[in-house]
Design a protein around this ligand. Structure first.
Ligand SMILES: [Zn+2]
Length: 156
C-alpha cells in the first residue's frame, strides 16, 4: 500500500520547520510518522485561517445562552407561582411578569438559534467585524434585559 501524498508532504514540512505538537507542545522537527512521538496524537498537514477562531462567536452564543437560562428560570418560577397561588391570583401583574419572561425566553432561544445557524457567514467576516458583532450582540441582549427590568420595576 502506498502512503497518502499528504503524509509525504507532512514529513517534508516537519523536516524543514520547527513545529510544536498542537496537543503536547513536543518539537516535531524530523518526525517520520504522522503521529506525535511524545503523546501519540495523529498529525496531518492542513490549511487554517484565524477567522474560524471561535472567540467572538462564543461570546455571541454566551450572550443569548445566559439570557435564555435566566429568562426561562424566572419564567418557570413565576408560572409555577401563579399556578399554585391560593387563593388564585386575579389577572394582573404576576401574569404579565411571567408572560414577559416567557416572551424573553423565546426571543433568546430564537437569537441563539440564529447565531448557531449563522456560523458559516460569521466565519466569513473579518475578525474585527466578528468582534464588533459579538459586542453588539452582548450589549443588545444586556440592553433588552435592562429595559425590561426597569419597566417591570417602575410598574411593579
Ligand atoms: Zn504531542
Amino acid at each position: 500500500m502506498t502512503e497518502p501524498v499528504s503524509d509525504q508532504l507532512l514529513r517534508d514540512f516537519l523536516a524543514a520547520t520547527d513545529t510544536a505538537c498542537p496537543v503536547c507542545g513536543h518539537g516535531l522537527r524530523g518526525v517520520p510518522e504522522p503521529r506525535c512521538p511524545e503523546c501519540g496524537a495523529p498529525l496531518r498537514l492542513g490549511v487554517v485561517t484565524t477567522q474560524t477562531s471561535p472567540g467572538p462567536w462564543v461570546l455571541a452564543i454566551c450572550s443569548w445562552t445566559l439570557a435564555l437560562g435566566f429568562d426561562s428560570i424566572v419564567a418557570l418560577f413565576m408560572t409555577i407561582g401563579v399556578a399554585v397561588a391560593r387563593p388564585p391570583l386575579s389577572v394582573g401583574y404576576p401574569y404579565i411578569f411571567a408572560a414577559t419572561f416567557l416572551t424573553l425566553s423565546v426571543a433568546s432561544l430564537i437569537g441563539l438559534a440564529r447565531v448557531i445557524r449563522a456560523r458559516p457567514r460569521w466565519n466569513a467576516k473579518p475578525r474585527r467585524v466578528q468582534w464588533r458583532d459579538a459586542g453588539f450582540t452582548f450589549a443588545g441582549v444586556a440592553a433588552l434585559h435592562a429595559i425590561v427590568g426597569a419597566t417591570i420595576l417602575l410598574n411593579g
